[in-house]
Write a protein that binds this ligand. Structure first.
Ligand code: MG
Length: 181
């Protein structure tokens, strides 16, 4: 029997738990109707470099409209940030009229579990959306959620974070991910 026929080989080839289900250019190109069709009822969304640059406090107008659109489709949303700036996360979630949590320690499962409990949904009814494989995608996949990787909204400017972004880019290249839209 050829190696290709073994399930574990297929899983390995797909990248296993480091591979997102979808890779998109931004949150705005995510097909919300398609998610609803797939049985998704809630979104867990990363803040920094996913919905806005980590250096910014001003929420882009387009993000307000996107959140409204998602709510109109009947989906719940919860924001999670690995950042330590609790007041900033509070400000952003309150402004958008949704729940949010800083100090999430992704890819550890606590914040994701808390978010799912708060929204009263199961992992298979949840999509995790973020710009990093090592935190958002791995964390979501480990819990069995539907994971969507987005391109970071800002160029990395912090010298400390540059090696991390470089590593993320190499993983994306090695996975041979195709961008959907
Ligand atoms: Mg991020």
């Amino acid at each position: 029997m050829a190696l290709e026929n073994f399930d574990y080989y297929k899983e390995e080839k797909k990248g296993g738990f480091i591979r997102p289900k979808e890779y998109v250019s931004s949150i705005f190109t995510i097909d919300i109707d398609d998610l609803v069709k797939k049985g998704i009822k809630a979104l867990i969304v990363d803040i920094d470099d996913t919905i806005m640059p980590r250096s910014e406090y001003k929420i882009p107008f387009a993000v307000y409209s996107w959140v409204e659109k998602v709510k109109e489709k009947g989906l719940k949303i919860f924001l999670v940030s690995n950042g330590s700036r609790v007041p900033r996360t509070d400000y952003i979630s309150k402004s958008l009229g949704i729940n949010g949590m800083a100090l999430s320690f992704k890819p550890l499962p606590f914040a994701f579990k808390k978010a799912m409990n708060a929204m009263d949904v199961a992992p298979e009814e949840t999509a995790v959306i973020g710009d990093q494989i090592l935190t958002d995608v791995i964390g979501g996949n480990l819990l069995g959620a539907y994971t969507i990787l987005v391109k970071p909204v800002a160029k990395e400017v912090s010298m400390i974070r540059m090696p991390m972004r470089f590593l993320e880019d190499s993983i994306i290249n090695s996975l041979d991910l195709e961008i959907n839209s």
